[in-house]
Design a protein around this ligand. Structure first.
Ligand code: GLA
Length: 404
């Protein structure tokens, strides 16, 4: 009898522990994670342009430029070093930065970036090694998170190379928890390439998650990796893979169609304008990947267009969606917090065409009259009933805001 009472007591205690201590603790962690990146993160990352050619001089000069060339004012915050900053672990297992390329150390570099009014990000990998073969964080998650926090890191991109049979949800949860345990707010960027459908399970674990393999600086292409696996993708290939993922994004948790290639030279200015417009409409992280120290005026105008950035940063946090597609002509729309819609009229084809959207397709009654503003021309174009159409050049977009 006494034993029975005890086991009842034990079960009740366990339930109470679960209900009042463990569950709230897990929920609290998710809420802490979700509180970061309430709008899609904006910043710069070294990989697309510089690959392994990173150094403290590069990062400092990029931060200098961003602080003075209009990018910081436009909202770009994070300066992120991607792969290849790390070379080994010390005798206590702490990660060691390349002493040739980062002679002042990462803490001094983070301080420098902060002194420019910007935030500092770094890169690691959930496996034994990073994609470029540097030491990964597997088995060192809490130690690495602690080190990042001591250095003043504000953002971690966490890759998926050399993970063997590791379970992605376990791996990313471990690092997310380790980052939260430091007490420093560190945005967590999951780079799992979409293989395990991270959009389904990552809310509350990551603030952003890659949905595809790597982007390359092309309009359209599928390039196999040296080991024969598929693929690095052109911009529109990546765009097509975002269709259907809209429901999974929101404040604190974003689909990431990879960092931008705007300004890297492989696309035309019109194509880069389309690339940027789509990333804005998709509520994607706006992480520039070009040499921001030497941009042409056209590229700078694209990356800093305040009206298009406002679409991306809208506090409602909705990801835009494809609302119509007929051959090469498409319309996409994103609901905004003031009740308006941002709309992209898209022409994939190789000659100019008229592209149309109806109010019905973007969730308004067709009898409604709505004001239309062109966000690249920076002009109000008039009031229209039932819909809007415009001539769109080849591989181009027209982006408008529709306000009933
Ligand atoms: C993977 C990632 C890229 C980049 C490289 C670095 O390919 O997807 O974004 O971080 O690794 O090696």
């Amino acid at each position: 009898m006494a034993m029975k009472n005890f086991s009842h007591f034990g079960v009740s205690l366990l339930l109470a522990l679960l209900t009042f201590v463990l569950l709230p603790a897990a929920l609290f962690g998710q809420l802490q994670r979700e509180a970061l990146a309430q709008t899609p993160p904006m910043g710069w990352n070294s990989w697309n342009k510089f690959a392994c050619n990173v150094s403290e001089d590069l990062i400092k000069s990029i931060a200098n430029s961003m602080a003075t060339n209009g990018m910081k004012e436009a909202g770009y915050q994070y300066v992120v070093i991607d792969d290849c900053w790390q070379v080994s672990r010390d005798e206590n297992g702490f990660i060691v930065a390349d002493p040739q390329r980062f002679p002042s150390g990462i803490k001094a570099l983070a301080d420098y970036v902060h002194s420019k009014g910007l935030k500092f990000g770094i890169y690691s990998d959930a496996g034994t090694k990073t994609c470029a073969g540097r030491p990964g964080s597997q088995g060192h998650e809490y130690q690495d998170a602690l080190q990042y926090a001591r250095w003043g890191v504000d953002y971690l991109k966490y890759d998926w190379c050399n993970t063997g049979t590791r379970n992605a949800e376990e791996a990313y949860s471990t690092m997310s928890d380790a980052l939260l345990a430091t007490g420093r707010p560190i945005v967590f960027s999951m780079c799992e390439w979409g293989t395990a459908k991270p959009w389904v399970w990552s809310k509350g674990i990551g603030n952003l998650w890659r949905t595809t393999g790597d982007i390359n600086d092309k309009w359209q292409s599928k390039a196999k990796w040296p080991d024969g696996s598929c693929c690095a993708y052109g911009m529109v290939d990546i765009l097509d893979m975002q269709v259907g993922l809209e429901a999974f994004a929101g404040p604190g948790h974003w689909n990431d169609p990879d960092m931008m290639e705007v300004g890297n030279g492989g696309m035309t200015t019109a194509e880069y304008r389309a690339h940027f417009s789509f990333w804005a409409l998709l509520a994607a992280p706006l992480i520039a990947g070009n040499d921001v120290r030497s941009m042409t005026p056209e590229i700078k105008e694209i990356l800093t267009n305040p009206e298009v950035i406002a679409v991306n940063q809208d506090k409602l946090g909705r990801q835009g969606r494809q609302v119509s597609k007929k051959d090469d002509l498409e319309a996409w729309a994103k609901a905004l917090s003031d009740g308006s819609r941002a709309v992209i009229l898209f022409n994939r084809g190789s000659s100019e065409s008229e592209v149309a959207v109806s109010w019905g397709e973007i969730g308004y009654p067709n009898h409604l009259s709505a004001k239309v503003r062109d966000l690249w021309a920076h002009k109000d174009v008039g009031s229209f009933t039932g819909g809007y159409s415009a001539k769109v050049g080849p591989h181009s977009v027209v982006v408008v805001k529709v306000l009933p």
